[in-house]
Design a protein around this ligand. Structure first.
Ligand SMILES: CC(C)=CCC/C(C)=C(/C)COP(=O)(O)OP(=O)(O)O
Length: 447
């Protein structure tokens, strides 16, 4: 574990990522891509062939920075903030229409009271915290509907009472507002049931994190974490019947509110998700747990990991997990081969990492306060650089902004892929980042 000791190392650069090879290919590439897509879409048809053609297009179209706009205006709304890959470009030539017309998504101005739908209010530098730190470059929040949030949150608290999580602190749980997070992060729908699904899944993930990983007061013990997480997998994805041994597993699941919550939320998920969507959520959850075991080892041994090592773990323990719900909550399906296509995967990882840095920025005090302090990127940077927490916050903000700009570039690049579901999904990811920042700034959890 030598590499876990804190070693002084040069500061992270804050410049944006180097441009992709071929990124300057521009509009010519788009035209070529549109022609290719048109050809592909007019080829043979049949089950699975359209997803295969889209993947083929993805494989062969080089990245382009001037990809067609993600959305086109449908209601004559003026163009939103610059640099928004979701924004219409007034002078841009209309992209060549493929034989099969793709539905366009409206780009609308931000409206805090807007009802559910697909819209991009754009990206901006957003003040956060007490406003004394540099702003976070982040998408704007597409919908703030606190009446709907109240309905979802009330239903969530009722459910928490049934499954037994946070039993002696339901008031605090209510004020945390995971229901509000779901409504902010999923502006695609006003439908309470899928929003409640997102609220339950996130609350159950967080309960698992609080009870098993982070909060000593709630019984989190580093050495107990790995076997507990192994049981979570069986609660969410029951293995084939092993007779009386399975009966013992079921008894253990019933007796632990965290497991009951995860089992129940997964049951709700199964009502909305297709098989590949379900397994995407489950496998991402289990993948995230590998990082949790790393943190547990560091806590147990009293070691602080170097920043690079923490970040490498945190990038697999991020709101990427929450983002796996986007199409499920939205009521459509992003094909598994598109979800896992490397450039799409990287884009969602960029967004998940940015959002989880937002979490670390808001929870510095909370995490420093535990008897066994949790890893936090700000605290680790301060330790490693020997700098003040304020300086470390600035470094983390710069890192966040690089990830968001990286996502924005990826979103622009992927806009030329002929898949309405993909554009919709990436818009959902954009919305998730926005809602996440909005929520962290208001939730009682971080006060
Ligand atoms: C919602 C979800 C996937 C939660 C699991 C872990 C995660 C991505 C977190 C944000 C939890 O991280 P952390 O423990 O730092 O969060 P808090 O500061 O305790 O809210």
């Amino acid at each position: 574990m030598d590499d876990c000791s804190v070693a002084r190392r040069p500061g992270r650069g804050t410049d944006g990522p180097a441009p992709e090879a071929g990124a300057e290919a521009g509009a010519g590439v788009d035209r070529a891509a549109a022609e290719r897509v048109s050809r592909l879409l007019s080829g043979p048809s049949g089950l699975g062939t359209s997803a295969a053609r889209i993947l083929d297009a993805l494989r062969t179209v080089p990245p382009a920075t001037d990809a067609p706009p993600l959305d086109a205006p449908m209601d004559g709304a003026p163009a939103p903030a610059a640099q928004d890959p979701g924004a219409p470009e007034p002078d841009a030539p209309a992209p060549a229409a493929p034989e099969t017309a793709l539905p366009v998504l409206p780009t609308l101005l931000p409206s805090p009271t807007r009802k559910g739908g697909h819209f991009s209010p754009g990206y901006a530098e957003r003040a956060w915290g007490d406003g004394s730190f540099p702003p976070l470059y982040c998408p704007l929040t597409a919908r703030i509907d606190d009446d709907l949030a109240l309905v979802v949150n009330d239903r969530l608290v009722e459910w928490a009472g049934e499954v037994g999580i946070y039993a002696d602190q339901l008031g605090r749980f209510r004020d945390t507002g995971f229901g509000r997070l779901a409504v902010l992060a999923h502006p695609e729908t006003d439908d309470v049931d899928p929003l409640l699904l997102a609220a339950k899944m996130n609350a159950a993930w967080w309960a698992c994190d609080d009870y098993y990983a982070d909060e000593s007061d709630l019984g989190a013990v580093p050495t107990e974490l790995p076997p507990r997480l192994a049981l979570v997998m069986s609660a969410m994805d029951p293995p084939p019947d092993a007779g009386r041994y399975t009966a013992q597993v079921e008894e253990a699941v019933r007796s632990d509110p965290v497991l009951v919550a995860l089992r129940s939320a997964t049951g709700h998920l199964k009502r909305h998700a297709g098989p590949s969507q379900l397994m995407r959520v489950l496998n991402t959850t289990f993948q995230m747990y590998v990082s949790w075991t790393a943190y547990a080892a560091w806590r147990h041994l009293g070691l602080l990991p170097p920043v690079w090592r923490y970040l490498a773990a945190r990038q697999h323990d991020s709101f990427y997990t929450s983002m796996t719900l986007i199409d499920i909550v939205g009521g459509y399906q992003l094909d598994a081969n598109l979800f896992y296509e490397p450039r799409v995967h990287r884009a969602v990882m960029q967004a998940g990492t940015a959002s989880v840095i937002v979490n670390d920025l808001h929870s510095v005090e909370r995490e420093a306060a535990d008897d066994l302090p949790d890893c936090n990127v700000v605290l680790l940077i301060a330790e490693e650089e020997g700098c003040s927490v304020e300086e470390a916050v600035r470094t983390a903000v710069a890192m966040h902004n690089d990830f968001v700009r990286g996502f924005e570039d990826s979103q622009r690049e992927l806009a030329s892929v002929p898949s309405a579901e993909l554009r919709r999904f990436l818009l959902g990811v954009q919305s998730w980042m926005a809602g996440c920042l909005e929520w962290h700034g208001a939730s009682d959890r971080y006060k």
